[in-house]
Ligand binder design. Sequence first.
Ligand code: HEC
Length: 123
Amino acid sequence: MAKILKNLFLFFSIAAAITCFIACEKRSYVVKGPEVSLDTVSFSGVIQPIFDAKCVSCHGGATAPDLRADNSHKALAGGNYATLPAGESALYKAIVNNFHTPFTVQAEKDSIFSWISQGAKDN
Ligand code: HEC
């Protein structure tokens, strides 16, 4: 009898360990998305400086969208680049595509994602 109990205990311990392991494995496979900022992201203070430093060399008028200061917000809003959901927007999809992804670091991508999520305001 004691042996049966011991085997049962062993069986359930192993089952619990396997369940735990699978659950943890699943969690570790969750792909990390962009970090959404809870603070308001300022277009003039955060986003335009990224455009100035990383984008206007190419998007200075000839290549749409025109990301020069004073034009950029109009170009993005009018061109339907900064639409919701942010992850589906043409702007976010552009900055993470194979061609564009080297131009910005993750923190800059996150800021742009957050700014679009917050309604792409001209703030
Ligand atoms: C080396 C030049 C270059 C730089 C730097 C560059 N782009 Fe572009 N971008 C292009 C070209 C060329 C296209 C058009 C071809 C294409 O869609 O890839 C384009 C297209 C786009 C589009 C339109 C995509 C669409 O769906 O129509 C967006 C939005 C964009 N870029 C945003 C940016 C932003 C934001 C930055 C800065 C973080 C940036 N680009 C930096 C060259 C550049």
